[in-house]
Ligand binder design. Structure first.
Ligand code: ACM
Length: 264
């Protein structure tokens, strides 16, 4: 199963240019089963007010960006995963959607909002989604969700074998953290981070790039540089995530002791 990411630097507020760059990369890129793009890939990240982000947010899958992504998924016969601002029921979410080639869409709304996102987005209310595609099971989480082991664990408990992780990482530990999320659940993890920097309203964010694909033992199978742009992929065997024995007598999901995880 060929699973990859597109690392690039979206241009803030220029959705038309970002969509055109994505369109060309996807149409001219390698034949893949799954391609993951960064968080807020259509707009950039550094919004300054809820009004500003509301102007760019779109319903999923009815909005024009989603319609383009569904068309690309069908044309290239792959699942395309993209982070974008979602408008739903007069709220705006920091969402990511998986667009499948059969026209179905899986939506995730970011649960753990990072820093000023708390002033811009409503917190996710759909839980963490897992779905099956080409005999493999996938799960979706966004960026800062990496800091919360419960996100990846909740996907692994639903049988996810490959975590898909659109990101705009700025803290220095995200890539390493995802190696532990993969190891502790014995799953693959694909982080599609953005690169570049944004300066707006006196704020400055420099993104860490380093998009990567991690194996169920925590090993990095592929990691690109901080500033690299383009599509990169690994041909992986999802069944490797089904052997979860740590020792013949230890299993990260079957050994869980929820009755003991409580305050004294
Ligand atoms: C982040 O969650 N975008 C750091």
């Amino acid at each position: 199963m060929k699973v990859g990411f597109l690392q690039f630097a979206p241009e803030f507020g220029n959705k038309a240019a970002n969509l055109e760059r994505i369109r060309r990369w996807v149409l001219e890129g390698p034949s893949l089963d799954v391609l993951v793009l960064p968080e807020l890939a259509t707009t950039g990240y550094l919004f300054l007010s809820p009004e500003e982000v509301a102007q760019e947010a779109e319903p999923i899958p009815e909005g024009p960006s989603s319609q383009l992504f569904l068309d690309l998924a069908r044309q290239r016969n792959l699942t395309l995963v993209v982070g974008l601002a979602e408008r739903a029921d007069h709220r705006v979410y920091n969402s990511a959607a998986a667009y499948l080639p059969d026209g179905t869409t899986v939506v995730y709304r970011k649960v753990h909002l990072f820093w000023n996102e708390k002033d811009l987005f409503a917190p996710g209310d759909l839980g963490f989604p897992a779905w099956t595609f080409r005999n493999a099971r996938f799960g979706l989480m966004i960026c800062f969700d990496w800091y919360f082991p419960e996100a990846a664990r909740s996907l692994a408990l639903q049988g996810a074998e490959i975590l898909l992780h659109p990101a705009n990482l700025v803290l220095p530990w995200g890539q390493t953290g995802m190696q532990y999320r993969a190891l502790e659940n014995r799953v693959f993890a694909v982080t599609a981070n953005r690169t570049g920097e944004e300066r707006r309203g006196g704020q400055h964010l420099k993104y860490t790039g380093g998009s990567q694909i991690v194996a169920p033992n925590g090993d990095v199978l592929l990691r690109v540089g901080r500033e690299t742009e383009g599509i990169f992929f690994v041909d992986l065997d999802p069944t490797a995530a089904r052997d979860k024995q740590i020792t013949p007598k230890n299993h990260p999901l079957e050994d869980l002791r929820p009755d003991q995880y409580r305050l004294p």
